[in-house]
Design a protein around this ligand. Sequence first.
Ligand code: SAM
Length: 192
Amino acid sequence: MMKLLGVLPFARELLMKAVTEGDVVIDATAGKGNDTLFLSKLVSNTGKVYSFDIQEAAITATRKKLAENNQDSNVQLIHDGHEKLLNYLDQDDYENIAGAIFNLGYLPGSDKTVVTTPETTIKAIEHIIKHLKVEGILVLVVYHGHAEGKVEKDALIPFIRALPQEHFHVLEYQFTNQINNPPFIIAIEKRG
Ligand code: SAM
């Protein structure tokens, strides 16, 4: 037990602060659909979730999870890369995204060679933060225990630390005394 929030509960806490009923949100890495389901409930029937994954198996698993929970009416499942967001984002949703989440790396229990990559992740972040509304929050859970994850982290850190302070609050949340490179959080909030 600990009083400090673990990385995954902290990610959800941030999303709950930024997102409410009726909002537009993005799950950039659907995987097994856990975050898509969470976001779908958070925005309720009047909101909208864009949920991306490049793996058919992830889209199928997410569709199944949503259906089992009767929570599929407000989710647009997109079998494509999150870096192509602008091909899918409705014009009505421009500059109106309240929250977004990325769980980087590979899908547990699946093909470990399919991983998020620095170029596409950064491209997607650039698109999303442009279209975040004021006080909207983008959360990244960064897994850097595998080789490609370390490369991705090393590209992400200078990028997010260089975001202009007058437009964004940028946070890193990390347990610093744990072994085996535990995941950490990057959060980016749009300023007014
Ligand atoms: N949040 C998920 C869950 O609750 O199960 C776990 C996501 S898993 C760590 C990362 C996912 O990102 C994988 O399913 C992978 O297929 C997907 N992915 C990799 N590159 C992608 C890209 N360019 N666009 C969208 N999804 C991508």
